[in-house]
Design a binder for this molecule. Structure first.
Ligand SMILES: CC(C)(COP(=O)(O)OP(=O)(O)OC[C@H]1O[C@@H](n2cnc3c(N)ncnc32)[C@H](O)[C@@H]1OP(=O)(O)O)[C@@H](O)C(=O)NCCC(=O)NCCS
Length: 181
């Protein structure tokens, strides 16, 4: 299927009804093979969603939520990508790319930088789209101070938008419950 024929709907979390939220959660639960905590779900909410429906069934999703990333002495307004998933039997048809096209437009228009933490499946997918691996040390601003997040090094991607970035420098994310990146 040609990517241009894929219709992607966008909506803020506040515009989604209970049935749609449930459909997103089910899609994510299946796509991540159950590795989807309540915190992961919470991280997906509060921003803009991109949704692909096929015959009334949700087959693709992704979201951009706002976070602050500290880098080079600045607190960058960051469009953080969460919950990107395509139903297993619909992969390889361009749905994931169509979802990302829309999310990248959102973050180019509204944020200083795009960022995400990639799954194994996502590493090649995002790199092919021009997302760049953060090569410097990552950390998180916890309630008790900055802590290194060594385990995340190599899996954090950024999409530079307007602000110059030194990809070998430090990158610190704001605090949240669950996985911080
Ligand atoms: C990653 C994912 C969203 C890709 O969705 P998709 O609809 O299959 O992707 P597309 O069909 O739009 O593929 C776009 C391009 O990425 C490539 N690609 C997609 N998945 C890939 C993978 N796992 N490994 C390598 N390349 C991949 C495709 O070959 C295609 O390349 P092309 O443009 O050269 O043909 C999907 O595999 C998925 O839902 N995975 C499970 C959940 C997950 O890990 N999400 C990412 C969270 S960070």
């Amino acid at each position: 299927m040609d990517a241009v024929t894929i219709e992607v709907h966008t909506a803020h979390t506040s515009e989604l009804d209970i049935a749609t939220l449930k459909a997103i959660r089910v899609l994510l639960h299946e796509a991540y093979e159950g590795d989807m905590s309540d915190h992961d779900w919470d991280h997906t909410l509060g921003g803009m969603h991109a949704l692909v429906w096929e015959a009334g069934v949700l087959v693709g999703h992704g979201a951009v939520v706002q976070r602050r990333l500290l880098h080079g002495g600045r607190a960058l307004r960051t469009g953080y990508v969460e919950g990107v998933a395509v139903r297993a039997d619909r992969r390889g048809l361009g749905y994931g790319a169509a979802v990302m096209d829309v999310l990248e437009s959102v973050l180019r228009a509204a944020y200083d930088v795009g960022a995400l933490s990639a799954s194994e499946d996502g590493l090649t997918f995002y790199a092919a789209r021009g997302w760049q691996v953060w090569r410097g040390p990552s950390s998180v601003l916890t309630p008790t101070g900055v802590e290194r997040t060594d385990d995340e090094d190599g899996g954090i991607f950024v999409l530079p938008v307007g602000v110059p970035l030194d990809l070998t420098g430090g990158l610190t994310c704001d605090w949240r419950d669950g996985d911080v990146w």
